[in-house]
Design a protein around this ligand. Structure first.
Ligand SMILES: [Zn+2]
Length: 303
């Protein structure tokens, strides 16, 4: 384990938010803290980088393509995204999916847009899945270790990735280096300023210690991007009833008397519909559990 200073502003003064167990693999308890100066939320102390892989099971959800209703809903959003990419970028523009997981999204965008799509992931399990399911060859390594050529991409896409890396600051600096000037970055992340995060606290499904080493809000992510040389940051709020379903289940599962009830709340159309009105309201009030952050690379200097 290691103790760290705030990755965004460098101070060590933090306040405790809560302690929560690793609910997926080890059951170990982790402290989630908030920086007193900038508001960044992070796990501290945390496992060292070399220890992190043991918190990711081989069948981690991101390494398995979605199916059924989940796939159907995902494709609605991906179709919209593909159309937007085709409108915004010329044929052959280069997109890199950072943390591609099973390769599902990257393969969809490869097939449905006129962009040239590549993907990378740190996990060999993810790379095997992408090859097996989508005939997609991922680059394997961290974005920093891959040392991709300077200004070689027009678009970077990071879906639920930034929370998982040891230093978002270093990752975004590298992202800025490999993006062409004027290139765009699309970042999907949970927001700790959401109604869901406030209501569910340590039970919130958007946070996932220790796999989520960091969690962001619109202010902290905007500051990160600005300091990495990005401008024109735009944030949109998604409608995601699933986070509410999962968080509610986690609450119920904690209390033995409620456990039978938790079986009613698995991911199905009924549960999702139940929480749909709330999640629509949250998005309208700009307090959604998941946000999409879009920014343009503006600087010309690289160090
Ligand atoms: Zn800070």
């Amino acid at each position: 384990m290691e103790n760290i200073a705030c990755d965004l502003c460098g101070v060590r003064e933090v306040r405790a938010r809560f302690a929560a167990p690793d609910r997926l693999v080890t059951g170990e308890i982790f402290q989630v803290v908030e920086c007193l100066r900038c508001g960044l939320v992070f796990v501290n102390p945390r496992p060292r980088e070399s220890e992190m892989m043991r918190y990711y099971p081989e069948d981690y959800a991101s390494y398995i393509p979605s199916r059924g209703v989940a796939r159907f809903i995902k494709n609605i959003f991906l179709r919209r995204e593909a159309r937007r990419l085709n409108r915004s970028f010329p044929k052959g523009a280069r997109l890199l999916e950072v943390g591609a997981g099973s390769g599902e999204d990257a393969a969809y965008l490869r097939d449905k847009t006129h962009l040239t799509v590549a993907g990378m992931d740190t996990s060999t399990d993810a790379a095997h899945a992408a090859e097996k399911y989508f005939h997609l060859q991922l680059l394997v390594g961290t974005l920093l270790s891959l040392k991709l050529p300077i200004e070689s991409f027009d678009v970077l896409r990071m879906k639920y990735v930034l929370s998982h890396v040891p230093s978002p600051r270093e990752l975004l600096a590298e992202a800025s280096r490999i993006l062409k000037q004027g290139g765009m970055i699309y970042i999907f992340i949970p927001s700790v300023e959401s109604w869901g995060a406030r209501l569910f606290g340590r039970f919130w499904q958007g946070g996932e210690p220790p796999r989520h080493l960091y969690d962001f809000n619109p202010t902290t992510i905007t500051r990160y991007l600005t300091e990495a040389g990005f401008a024109a940051v735009r944030i949109s709020h998604s409608v995601v009833p699933n986070t509410w379903v999962h968080s509610f289940r986690t609450v119920l599962a904690e209390y033995p008397v409620m456990r039978p009830l938790s079986r009613l709340f698995f991911l199905n159309p009924f549960s999702a519909l139940l929480f749909l009105p709330l999640s629509i309201l949250a998005a309208l009030f700009r307090a959604s559990d998941r946000i999409l952050v879009v920014a343009r690379r503006s600087n010309t200097q690289h160090t």
